[in-house]
Design a protein around this ligand. Sequence first.
Ligand code: UD1
Ligand code: UDP
Length: 382
Amino acid sequence: MTAAGPHVVVIAGARPNFIKVKPVLDALAADGARTTLVHTGQHYDDAMSGVFFADLGLSPPDHHLDAGSGSHAVQTAAVMTAFEPLLVRLAPDAVVVVGDVNSTLACALVAAKANVPVAHVEAGLRSGDRAMPEEINRIVTDRLSDLLFAPSPEGVRHLLAEGAPPASVHLVGNVMVDTLLACRERARARPTLAELGLRAGGYGLVTLHRPANVDDPAVLDGLIRALGEIAVRCPLVFPVHPRTAGRLAGRLPDGVRPLGPVGYLDCLALQMGARLVLTDSGGVQEESTVLGIPCLTLRESTERPITVTEGTNRVVGRAPEAVVAGAIEWLERPPPPRRPALWDGHAGERISAVLTRSLASRARGLPTQRAITERDTERANA
Ligand code: UD1
Ligand code: UDP
């Protein structure tokens, strides 16, 4: 901590991370913090990483760990091994991790063991399904974190039920929504639909990448069959994630059009123009809610139930008949648009307000945490 403000290391490694760190970096800089962005290299293709820096106007990473792909243990260890010496060298006042990917867990673990305060953005989400690798990452990252920034009230409830100190838990809203609202008009202005020959309201959008959906050929076959049936009523476009690309082997039915992974602004444009979204993505569940687009989640559970209770999402599972029935219902009777409280474009500012104040208290030897949630969020909004 210098007179100029705290030094905060911010971690990003995979596609959704780049979108989440942007508003946090901006808000920290506006509050006088020095930020260092570390890219772990979990995602590395231009379509999974580079395009997001360009679309979001994100400065290039200050450090690149080049961890790359691998099994969970190999990838997590590669990030940890590369991050540890860098962290020692940087000696920051705090490390911010976002989301629930392997890079999140790896860097939280390294920072916690180095006795550097960890702040977790998107804390408290739980699917209740420990077969999801992300669920393990969420539980462990939250347990290791000193500051827990929850996007929605059920996140706060989970954290408190698991014994997190109440003063470490802050209800701040959703950083994914900050970025969406900041980029919406630029996305609307893009020629994405015209270039693909699509008409707004004339197609559905599909994204699938969860191991439980795409790694098991029988499950993937069933989902592809369901997409073919839905496409008879509403043609579908499907930007294919690299994990999924290797498993599809060209077997998509008529009416389901594969694309490569698309950039962030193109993905928002495709969501805005869609009549229906079919997904297993966490971020897309949230974005479709904010955009008011009917969404079906092709999973047995969601860690984002607020998109169901206060949004346009429905969790239909992965049984082909249930997916087709859900799609027919959403096409015939779309849900009304709604938006959760605090999903208002200011989550990054709330996070920065809490984090910089907490680090300033720590530097003065004062207690670093006190009860916050609503009171602070109101003040940050004032
Ligand atoms: C990861 C996250 C998941 C998140 C998703 C976002 C974990 C455990 N999983 O899943 O939570 O929803 O990112 O997209 O952290 N690949 C490429 N190019 C790339 C990156 C990956 O071809 O730039 C391929 C590699 O074959 C790799 C596979 O995709 O083995 C999976 O990548 P990985 O990062 O391990 O997991 P994701 O499925 O992307
Ligand atoms: N996204 C994108 N291009 C795509 C698919 C998704 O830009 O081809 C965006 C999407 O709009 C959202 C984020 O990537 O902002 C979600 O990432 P992903 O689905 O890979 O991960 P998850 O949110 O499930 O962890």
